[in-house]
Design a protein around this ligand. Structure first.
Ligand code: 5AD
Ligand code: FES
Length: 369
């Protein structure tokens, strides 16, 4: 009797019309170079079919490391007293935004630690209004596209930020497994309230970005496969994921040795996650994150080759960068924004991808809705 023992091959799976949890697990478990290349090609072609080959830029401004939360993995958690805490002035942010516009990047990301006080929200609203006014040009009649990444907020405040002119929001679920989420965060930071916040971002009208950390202790490939299904269920427009890298001044520093030992495996897993997410979600924006580059000098290029289409060049004023170390070995610490701009451009061009200068490059998934 003929036994089709190839029915679980990567080649068969990636050509299925619809993947299920078990297919995703098989994909994420792929190890051979041939299988990885098959996956990469399928993801790359899916990207070409659904959104094209352009890479869009989002200048990243880490405008404050003041944080009221205490995530066990994060270098700027409030209990880490080794950071000097800062918040950029409005003028510094506007100046950086104008620089970003002058580079034709078309979008920026404002990221900070989480604060919910009124002073913070009204500062942000004012900053967003001003960026919108001051970055309008012939090439960008609506000014810079603005993405926020400032944590869990109330629905009302999401509305205020949207009305001020922010039209995208990043908030990672970190893990869609509520038990793992609970292991990564103190008790007052609940999974339920994170989900609520994600839903409220959608309700506010902003494009929703989410994502997870890859390779933290206790996480399995089944968890990661479920994360991808979660992205679909929450109807995310944008995805940002990266390898988990231990920060020495956090409670999770006990995993330092293990994390170092597993680093290559985690890196490959991160690339497989990008590919699997592209194959499964198709028309979303996916970022090739800086954490990939912390492990491999060519990490961000690799992310793009595995199906990502967004890059966030570092544009935080240089004197603040070392205070915004979420994990060890974060790249671009000493490169002035101008150097990063040239470097990132070279990196993208080295793999033959065009850059979507002066285009917002919004998620096709969102625009289709
Ligand atoms: N390793 C990798 N990613 C991290 N982040 C925070 N700390 C770490 C770390 N040690 C990620 C989280 C957060 C994003 C802004 O940075 O996923 O959502
Ligand atoms: Fe920043 Fe290369 S990406 S210096």
């Amino acid at each position: 009797m003929y036994i089709n023992n190839k029915s679980n091959s990567i080649e068969d799976i990636i050509n299925k019309a619809k993947l299920d949890l078990y297919d995703l697990i098989t994909i994420l478990s792929a190890e051979s170079d041939e299988d990885l290349e098959l996956l990469r090609l399928k993801a790359y072609n899916t990207m070409l079919d659904y959104i094209g080959n352009k890479v869009y830029m989002r200048g990243l401004i880490e405008f404050s490391n003041i944080c009221t939360l205490d995530c066990y993995y994060c270098g700027i958690r409030k209990s880490n007293n080794k950071n000097e805490r800062y918040i950029l002035s409005k003028e510094e942010i506007i100046e950086t935004a104008k620089w970003i516009a002058s580079k034709n990047y078309a979008s920026l990301v404002l990221q900070s630690g989480e604060r919910q006080d009124e002073q913070f929200i009204s500062f942000l609203v004012d900053v967003i209004n001003t960026i919108k006014e001051e970055t309008k040009t012939d090439k960008l009649p609506d000014g810079l596209g603005i993405t926020l990444s400032v944590g869990e907020q109330t629905l009302e405040n999401y509305h205020r930020l949207y009305n001020a002119g922010a039209h995208r929001y990043l908030l990672r679920i970190e893990s869609s497994n509520s038990k793992l989420f609970a292991k990564l965060h103190p008790e007052n930071q609940s999974y339920i309230s994170r989900i609520e916040a994600l839903k409220n971002i959608k309700k506010s009208g902003m494009q929703l970005g989410t994502g997870v950390m890859i390779g933290f202790p206790g996480q399995t490939v089944e968890d990661l496969a479920n994360d991808i299904i979660f992205f679909k269920e929450i109807d995310a427009d944008m995805i940002g994921m990266g390898p988990y890298i231990v920060h020495n001044d956090t409670p999770m520093n006990i995993y330092l040795e293990q994390n170092k030992k597993d680093m290559l495996k985690i890196y490959n897993l991160a690339l497989k996650m990008i590919a699997a997410t592209r194959i499964f979600l198709k028309d979303v924006n996916i970022a090739s994150t800086t954490a990939l580059q912390a492990i491999n000098y060519f990490g961000r290029e690799e992310g793009l080759r595995f199906g990502a289409n967004i890059i966030m060049p570092q544009t935080t004023p240089i004197e603040y960068r070392k205070e915004y170390q979420l994990y060890e070995g974060k790249p671009c610490l000493d490169d002035i924004a101008e150097e990063c701009a040239i470097c990132v451009q070279n990196r993208i061009q080295s793999i033959g991808r065009p850059i979507g200068y002066n285009e917002w490059g919004d998620s096709r998934h969102f625009l289709k809705r």
